[in-house]
Design a protein around this ligand. Sequence first.
Ligand code: NAD
Length: 256
Amino acid sequence: GMNLLEGKTYVVMGVANQRSIAWGIARSLHSAGAKLIFTYATERMEKSVRDLAATLEGQESLVLPCDVTSDEDVASCFKAIKEAVGTIHGVAHCIAFANKEELKGEYLNTNREGFLLAQNISAYSLTAVAKEARTLMTEGGSIVTLTYLGGERAIKNYNVMGVAKASLEASVKYLASDLGKDGIRVNAISAGPIRTLSAKGVSDFNSILREIEERAPLRRATTTEEVGDTAVYLFSHLSRGVTGENIHVDSGYHVL
Ligand code: NAD
């Protein structure tokens, strides 16, 4: 593709397997000439991420552990990145988690622990990451996170994750406000439903997917490539005037 991101380095957080949206973003960034660094949550994921990273031609990517529930992990991860490359130009935050039992039935049944877990991993982590990443974005930068329409509307079964996405979307605006003076932009991509490991946790995900294919303006499901290409835009100079924004890459479903 076009070499929009030539000479730039990005941290991609949240690749679990080849279906991950983070992996779609990684491939688009790689095609645009970017250098990539990957982080994974637990040792269980390490091999899968290393194997995928090794498939990117002409590039040996740094692969590091980073469990976002640990401040020390986030700090030591970005310290290692600083030692390896010095400067980064952006971060793709593609991380979320909620208990499966709370992704069905009534939101009302969410317990305190499940609520805080979803907020911790899916929302607060963006702020924790932004704080560490800021010090490495000495030439300005761009932070991109992933959200879903369930943060704006009550969508069946999305429940506690919808509340976490609302919190994530508000965080995008506050972080954009804080970091703009450093030339750092912060935006979200609101992706349509995509069949990933995380999506499996949402009860009756198939019917949500079918609804998009039948009713969304573009009459098709969202792909990780579509999200990846929008991420390239948000990381490149083409979007230099855009911050605090939430771009829907969902075949237009959100206008209905
Ligand atoms: P995925 O399961 O491939 O990715 C989720 C990632 O979060 C995994 O790599 C997992 O290891 C990571 N993660 C979980 N807990 C973590 C922790 N404590 N520390 C570090 N990483 C942790 O699924 P995905 O669908 O690609 O999800 C990526 C993002 O996209 C999520 O924020 C998700 O909510 C969002 N999103 C997904 C869809 C969809 O339909 N799949 C739609 C809109 C938004």
